[in-house]
Design a protein around this ligand. Structure first.
Ligand code: NAD
Length: 494
């Protein structure tokens, strides 16, 4: 990463963004816009269209028309592959521009953003592009003179709603398999992270994606998101975000056309450290990175540290040292390890969680406060709270901020019970040199993703999904494709 190039890009004014509907940049039907406030300094960066229900319905109609006339689904698989591969190349060619635009919008530190955003989006789109002509139907072993065939068909119009934390990466997790399978998509990005996603969608048109196949509508969730969720013309809804919104989407589906709904939601992921962990120093550093990178705004963040009692004090001291050494600040500086919190609202919510933790008996070991206020931006010190009981709010509710709660345990059985004591089940980790225990933890901790002696793993070949109230279905890997196809049985009399 070259700081001079980054500084040049950050100095550029950002023109107002419109929706992308039917291959064109379109303002809101009533001309309304929303300010985009940069979390780096609290200043207005530009505006996006404040979408109306009418805008969303126009985008859905465009996607429906594109699907019905088969301008995309009807193309040969090799032709669709070529377009998607070109799109991935364009994303890579414009990676720094996309990253800086995204960081100015959402505040993620640039080192992480460059890899996790365009880097991962391009890899995801390429992965599904390469897969698309290797996926086809089956001939069933049906008896006698009748042949049973199973076709795999695109579902139709996919509605995708995504959060602020990694718009390109999470957007690509939905767009890659949906478009590869021949669907049309209407995507609604977060109010506080739309810009780089809109730019990435423009690149899809440049790569040759026909107009109407991918539409992006910005605006309030309660307006355009709700219209998408309630539409009778959307066949599948795919979502990443909070449980509260996920629950609404299920209601929308029930109240409209019973569209399929796939949810990737929050977590309260346990990071369990046993006294026999192979390298406690390494475990401490990875633990700190596993909760504090991107200011804790990572769905799989290891936000609950469960430590075996005999090493509790020593390990907390090591994690505190690692946390205090992390550089918090301007996310567009290459040396920054923790950027800005996405919004003032989120920062205040984070501070509220810390206050509640203390009122419930927790002790702040480090952090606990807003910092760098003179920048005008939204920054919070990495925060560690010990003495968090199983029933405490900090042990039960997702903060989605840089706050780590610590709870000691005495036995493996207790560690598992604590790990499984929330409504969530997204990710988790266990640190141990005992092979049998490692396998037992993979089996007994109720999550979609489990790490042993590490935290994090970004490869697109494995699924990411949760159990319990962390969601259903999963993104990434070939398994994600199932969400975007219908199985159709054909009986042929021979
Ligand atoms: P959010 O639920 O507030 O918003 C997500 C999206 O839903 C936004 O685009 C928003 O505009 C839209 N929305 C809001 N209200 C809506 C409504 N009534 N109808 C339709 N759409 C509506 O979530 P967020 O705060 O943007 O994101 C943070 C959450 O996302 C955290 O809970 C985090 O854990 C979760 N997340 C999960 C994963 C995963 O893979 N499981 C990944 C990243 C983030």
């Amino acid at each position: 990463m070259d700081q001079t190039q980054i500084d040049t890009l950050r100095g550029k004014p950002v023109a107002a963004f419109h929706h992308l509907i039917d291959g064109k940049a379109v303002p809101a039907s009533d001309g309304d816009t929303m300010n985009v406030v940069s979390p780096i300094d609290g200043q207005v960066l530009t505006t996006v269209a404040a979408g109306t229900a009418e805008d969303m319905n126009a985008a859905i109609a465009s996607a429906r028309a594109a699907f019905e006339d088969r301008r995309w689904a009807g193309q040969a698989p090799a032709a669709r592959k070529k377009v998607l591969l070109k799109w991935a190349d364009l994303i890579e060619a414009n990676a720094l521009e996309l990253t800086v635009l995204g960081v100015r919008d959402n505040g993620t530190e640039i080192g992480m953003a460059l890899k996790a955003e365009p880097g991962s989006a391009a890899a995801t789109i390429r992965y599904y592009a390469e897969a698309l002509d290797k996926i086809y139907g089956e001939i069933a072993p049906t008896p006698g003179d009748i042949l049973g065939m199973i076709h795999k068909e695109p579902v139709g119009v996919v509605g995708a709603i995504i959060p602020w934390n990694f718009p390109l990466m999470i957007g690509a997790w939905k767009l890659g398999p949906a478009l590869a399978m021949g669907n049309s998509v209407v995507l609604k990005p977060s109010e506080t992270a739309s810009l780089s996603l809109l730019r990435m969608a423009e690149l899809a048109l440049e790569a040759g994606l026909p107009p109407g196949v991918l539409n992006v509508v910005t605006g309030e969730g309660r307006v355009v998101g709700e219209t998408l969720g309630l539409s009778m013309d959307v066949d599948v809804l795919v979502f990443t975000g909070s449980g509260a919104t996920g629950r609404r989407l299920m209601e929308y589906a029930a109240r409209s056309n019973m569209k399929r709904v796939y949810l990737e939601l929050g977590g309260k992921s346990p990071n369990i450290v046993f006294a026999d962990a192979p390298n406690l120093d390494e475990a401490a550093k990875v633990t700190a990175a596993g909760i504090f990178r991107n200011s804790g705004q990572v769905c799989v963040a290891g936000s609950r540290l469960l430590v075996e009692a005999p090493i509790h004090d020593e390990f907390v001291a090591a994690v505190t040292k690692a946390a205090d050494a992390m550089r918090v600040g301007d996310p567009l500086k290459v040396e920054t390890q923790i950027g800005a919190v996405n919004s003032e609202t989120q920062l205040q919510a984070n501070l509220g969680f810390v206050e509640t933790a203390v009122s419930e008996g927790g002790q702040i070991v480090t952090g606990g406060a807003r910092i760098l206020q003179d920048t005008g931006g939204y920054y919070m010190a990495p925060t560690i709270v010990t003495g968090v009981t199983q029933k405490a709010t900090l042990a039960q509710k997702e903060v989605f901020g840089p706050v780590l709660g610590v709870t000691p345990f005495a036995t493996e059985k207790e560690a598992v019970a604590l790990a499984n004591s929330t409504v969530y089940g997204l990710a988790g980790a266990a640190w141990t040199a005992n092979l049998g225990r490692a396998h037992r933890m993979v089996k007994s901790v109720r999550t979609g993703v489990m790490h042993i002696n590490t935290y994090g793993g970004a490869d697109g070949t494995v699924p990411l999904g949760g159990v319990g109230q962390s969601g259903n279905g999963s993104d990434k890997s070939l398994h994600a494709i199932d969400k975007y196809v219908n199985l159709k049985t054909a009986w042929i009399k021979l």
